[in-house]
Design a protein. Structure first.
Length: 286
């Protein structure tokens, strides 16, 4: 037995699930640092939305705000935080397509790495970047006049909500990448869903001011649950409009159902993404 073969066997036998997670976590963070263009683009779009919406629509939309909301900036910042999660999640699938096109994904498939760990490590790296991007948006929002009633802990909680929300769209984006194996198709497919989700929700104006058919869509739209959860934290109040829930106390009447829906959706679509990665064969990604 050659020394090279022995080394390979040692490496294979020393593989652990968490070791595979860590390797992929580091790899995807290094990849992002070496090519920050995609990260910048995914952050610039929400910043433009934040500045333009507050400046152009602030006075008009401010007249429609429910009682207890100090200004439109405070109302809008949670929506932009969720938009950051959506925009950054789109890049997850793009990164996987790049791996497919340059042959790296094929190498991963034939390696002894656990495929669930491969997806988990990649996802954790992306969640870290999403949390940082949401933190930037919250800081900019405060500069523009937004008020976070729950303070620093509330800001951290909003980052956590944004991370939780992004899980389902990251899974969707990666599933789309494996199905299409094409960067343009992945971008088009994800963006085709991203903007209707944003505008058919409670993101930019109160649900009660929307047409009845949009109110119906908003009830099953994940963006509504993400925005409402973040908005409840920033206002320290129960803000859910689509369901009249009184089983909990105050802010928790919004947080409990919203977090439950987002966690369930993330688990389901995450399982689908892992299944697709496990099912992938090197012949499928050439």
């Amino acid at each position: 037995m050659s020394s090279e073969t022995a080394a390979e066997l040692v490496e294979r036998s020393s593989n652990t699930f968490f070791g595979d997670v860590w390797v992929n976590f580091v790899r995807w963070n290094l990849k992002a640092v070496r090519n920050p263009f995609v990260l910048v683009v995914s952050l610039v779009q929400p910043i433009i939305f934040l500045v333009l919406f507050t400046e152009v629509f602030g006075n008009i939309a401010g007249q429609e705000l429910p009682p207890g909301i100090p200004n439109y900036d405070t109302y809008l910042v949670p929506a932009i935080a969720i938009q950051v999660s959506l925009a950054a999640a789109v890049t997850s699938g793009i990164g996987l397509v790049n791996d497919i096109e340059n042959g790296m994904f094929e190498k991963v498939l034939v390696s002894p790495m656990n495929r669930t760990a491969v997806f988990l490590g990649k996802t954790l790296a992306e969640l870290l970047r999403i949390a940082v991007q949401i933190g930037i948006i919250l800081g900019l929002g405060v500069v523009l006049g937004a008020e976070i009633e729950t303070g620093i802990l509330g800001a951290i909680a909003i980052m956590g909500i944004g991370v939780l929300f992004s899980l389902w769209f990251i899974a969707f984006s990666n599933t789309l990448a494996i199905i299409t194996k094409d960067q343009e198709s992945t971008i088009i497919g994800a963006n085709l869903l991203q903007f209707p989700l944003l505008f058919l929700s409670s993101a930019f104006v109160p649900v009660e001011s929307l047409p009845s058919w949009i109110q119906t869509v908003a009830k099953v739209n994940p963006v509504t649950y993400g925005v409402d959860a973040a908005r409840a934290v920033i206002l320290d109040a129960d803000v859910m409009e689509i369901w009249d829930i009184t089983a909990f106390d105050g802010i928790w009447n919004t947080l409990v159902p919203a977090i439950g829906v987002l966690a369930g959706l993330g688990l389901v679509l995450g399982a689908v993404a892992v299944f697709m990665i496990r099912r992938a064969a090197s012949a499928d990604v050439r």
